[in-house]
Design a protein. Structure first.
Length: 476
């Protein structure tokens, strides 16, 4: 059993209360480490360290911040295999794909924000009032509190801290209580290149997260998590008018028209729906298919899923995904399958694999009504639903007919239709004839119950800055 510790002010420290919890490897269902259950006092200590560090880091030059981030990216790249080992045990993700599909993009994302540090844009200075010159300053906000989820612990930690630090802020970051290991290792590694207190990590449970939001020091709080958690954060932050950045759930519609390349669509959707055991808020989980090609597409999807969406032990090279993250999530996902309405069908999968760990077969469900909970609520597991639609109007109405608004995709060879749908879909991202690719230069964030604010891109970077107008009298 490894003992994980908080990382505060450049040092690994235990919780002041001494409270710990077991960290479970979801592939085995067994504990492999203990982690602190940080108290409000631990959180306050971390924020005070960040507050002190901001006095100097907030005045650092963009070049200094860029260099630190480049060095962190280089170190992560050099230690990619080590981080892959930790993240696989941390999450149950397939070890063979972690370096290529998560760590390499994470390195690239750090480098992107390193570049962004030296590329802030603003309006030109000018005289908008006679004898007065105005200009805009973009400044760091100050101390930031951040909460990351369990589905991509390392990558989401990077999406949080990299733009915040690049903009000159200091931060306290809390990983999920089920996946703290890689975030703590990241902070320890980054400490070689950052002043003490710039990046702090506190592990803990919901009460720890609540203490972070309620603490008076942070000027902005950012959370990636459930809608319920996001609403609680927004309410709590309102008490002292903290700025809030929320990236919450998703229920992505995947609209397949009769003129689409059905075989290609089925192959890509099978991967995009089941990658990471479907534990991705952008996953291709809600498939809408034109009624004229429903049977053909469903047969192709089932064949592609059987051949390629294989679950199993993370050490195997032939799997697409590992276990669901934790016992509670497995129970939740299995509950959706068990509560299948009488008018719906279990097309494929639906069974737990083995008794060790939290593995579930890739599952395809069909025959739903728009009002069914399987269509309206995020399942967040290796489960996709299939509905049929009769025309463009119905496809658009059903696609938009949920509270989420994060991502979507349209599969068609008709350019005009693709453009109409890209305009009319109420989602922060619309993919056309593809689903799930992300690049650091483009924003990630949604509408409605998917939250507000952007990750990645210059927009995500700007979210961690404040705008100040400066005016100078230049008359005689």
């Amino acid at each position: 059993m490894r003992e994980l510790k908080n990382f505060i002010n450049g040092e690994s420290v235990a919780s002041k209360s001494g409270a710990t919890s077991e960290v479970i490897n979801p592939a085995t269902g067994k504990a492999y480490a203990t982690a602190p259950v940080s108290s409000a006092a631990d959180v306050d200590t971390a924020f005070k360290a960040a507050e002190t560090a901001f006095e100097t880091w907030g005045n650092s030059t963009p070049a200094e911040r860029q260099l630190a981030l480049f060095r962190i990216a280089d170190a992560l790249e050099a230690r990619a295999e080590e981080f892959a080992d930790v993240e696989s045990e941390n999450t149950g993700k397939p070890r063979s794909t972690l370096v290529e599909y998560e760590i390499a993009p994470a390195v690239d994302q750090i480098r992107f924000f390193a570049g962004a540090a030296r590329n802030l844009e603003g309006k030109a200075a000018g005289e908008y009032l006679a004898d007065h010159t105005s200009w805009i300053r973009r400044e760091p906000i100050g101390v930031v509190g951040q909460v990351a989820p369990w589905n991509y612990p390392l990558m989401m930690a990077i999406w949080k801290f990299a733009p915040a630090i690049a903009a000159g802020n200091t931060t306290v970051l809390k990983p999920s209580d089920t996946t703290p290991a890689s975030t703590i290792l990241l902070a320890q590694m980054a400490a070689e290149f950052l002043p003490k207190g710039v990046l702090n990590v506190v592990a803990g449970d919901r009460d720890t997260g609540r203490a972070m939001i309620e603490n008076e020091i942070p000027q902005l709080v950012s959370i990636t998590g459930s809608v319920r958690a996001g609403m609680e954060v927004a309410k709590s932050a309102a008490a002292d008018l903290k700025r809030v950045h929320l990236e919450l759930g998703g229920k992505a519609p995947v609209i397949v028209f009769a003129d689409a390349d059905l075989k290609k669509a089925a192959a890509q959707i099978a991967i995009a729906g089941f990658f990471n055991a479907g534990q991705d808020c952008t996953a291709a989980t809600r498939i809408l298919v034109h009624e004229s090609v429903l049977d053909e597409f469903l047969a192709l999807l089932k064949a592609e899923t059987a051949a390629n969406a294989i679950a199993g032990d993370p050490s195997r090279d032939d799997i697409l995904f590992g276990p669901v993250n934790n016992a509670n999530q497995l129970e939740r996902v299995q509950g959706f399958i068990d509560r299948l309405p009488s008018h719906a069908n279990l097309e494929q999968g639906g069974k737990r694999i083995g008794t060790d760990g939290y593995f579930l077969e890739a599952t395809i469900l069909s025959g739903f009504k728009q009002t069914d909970e399987h269509i309206q609520n995020e399942i967040f597991g290796p489960v996709v639903t299939v509905q049929k639609f009769k025309d463009d109007e119905e496809a658009l109405r059903w696609a938009n007919g949920v509270k989420y608004g994060l991502s979507s995709s349209v599969w068609t060879q008709n350019h005009s239709r693709a453009m109409r749908f890209s305009k009319s879909l109420n989602f922060g991202c619309v993919w056309i004839n593809t689903h799930i690719p992300l690049v650091a230069e483009m924003p990630h964030g949604g509408f409605g119950h998917s939250g507000y604010g952007k990750d990645l891109s210059a927009y995500g970077f700007e979210d961690y800055t404040r705008i100040k107008h400066v005016m100078s009298y230049i008359g005689e």
